[in-house]
Unconditional design. Structure first.
Lengths: 203, 203
DNA sequence: ACCTGAACACCGTTCAAGT
DNA sequence: ACCTGAACACCGTTCAAGT
């Protein structure tokens, strides 16, 4: 058997990614197995290893697509500027995480082995998302030195992410915070107010 | 075979938890298996199911101990009060996460099945940690209504947690943030400044 | 009552063998 | 060159059977 050549390697890669994303979306990251993917695309397990190094490599490619998806989602929040723009961004990030919970979770749930570094092409995807936030910060205070702005943008975004994480895994709910949207807005608003009021920015 | 009665159920439970914590600390959460635990304590796999419902139940008990551990670690930051006290808390949380990375991660990495709710005794452990942060907030502004303070404390803490998550999984590093301690302090400081300056607190 | 050990239904990954 | 299918070394969980 073998040598079917019904699909090119690129086509198979695309089929695997689509099938994998569907499984993740519908059943969560822990339900993602090579056997399930193989079954859905009509190939055997071995064929998946023709086009991906291993499961970690496959997940990384799924996550890269999700990061693109998130960036697109955030970009649609183009109407607002300044502090309100950042609040809108934060709300958009939360709404993405809610609507695509399992895909969003996979980005942070899957730890690649300690020794393997994050590939550069993947780092660029992360950078793209953070870059959007930073652009909003740039509109906020044009006098601020770039280094300080970058740091502030990344810090706030990590914070917004944290609120999303703890609310969507039930921790914040267990502790009496029911309206998460209020929380992300609260965090963004007060942080920005504090940041703007700090004059020449230090540490 | 069977009926050894060398150890009471409670003793076995304690042995399992100790062994499990060591495996997690040394090899990470993904290396935690019932077979490995059983081997280390000198019992067979089946015996673990005498004292724990399943893996999820066991992990929950490990995490409960970690939450206690975190609370103790935070409580040792008793010297500072006010805004500096909260910054010290944030630094202490980060330092705990760094020193006990694998144990800390397990709390958020292990998702219990969608339908099973968080047990009340476990919610209380989470509440205890958040409660410490809230107590620091109470010193900050005694006039603030309790609801607003609670919300602010939980929001900021989720934010601090987010900075820790993204830095310790390499995301922030990939994006140019090298001094995480600066980030947690920046988040806490600006958030508090913005919050204090907001007068009668609204959403 | 306590504990074993084998079984069951899964995993990811590899690779000789077929076309 | 492309793909299979069986094998290998693992998983969590269950449960009849032994003491």
């Amino acid at each position: 058997m073998a040598r079917r050549s019904e699909h090119s390697q690129e086509e198979i890669k695309a089929m695997i990614l689509s099938a994998a994303e569907l499984i993740v979306a519908e059943q969560g990251g822990s339900a993602l197995t090579v056997r399930k993917i193989a079954g859905q695309i009509g190939y055997t397990v071995g064929s998946i290893y023709m086009v991906f190094d291993n499961m970690a490599d496959l997940v990384l490619h799924i996550n890269a697509r999700t990061l693109d998806h998130i960036a697109t989602h955030l970009e649609q929040t183009r109407d607002c500027t300044g502090a309100l723009g950042i609040e809108a961004f934060a709300k958009a990030y939360l709404s993405y995480a809610r609507q695509h919970l399992n895909r969003w979770r996979l980005i942070f749930d899957y730890h690649l082995p300690e020794d393997t570094p994050i590939p550069l092409w993947y780092q660029a995807k992360i950078e793209a998302v953070f870059g959007l936030v930073e652009a909003q910060f740039a509109q906020l205070d044009r006098n601020c030195p770039e280094a300080g702005r970058k740091h502030a943008a990344r810090t706030l975004w990590a914070g917004v992410h944290g609120v999303c994480v703890l609310s969507l895994n039930g921790t914040l709910g267990a502790v009496g915070v029911n309206d998460v949207e209020d929380s992300v807005v609260l965090l963004a608003r007060h942080f920005i107010r504090g940041w703007m009021g700090s004059g020449p920015v230090q540490a």
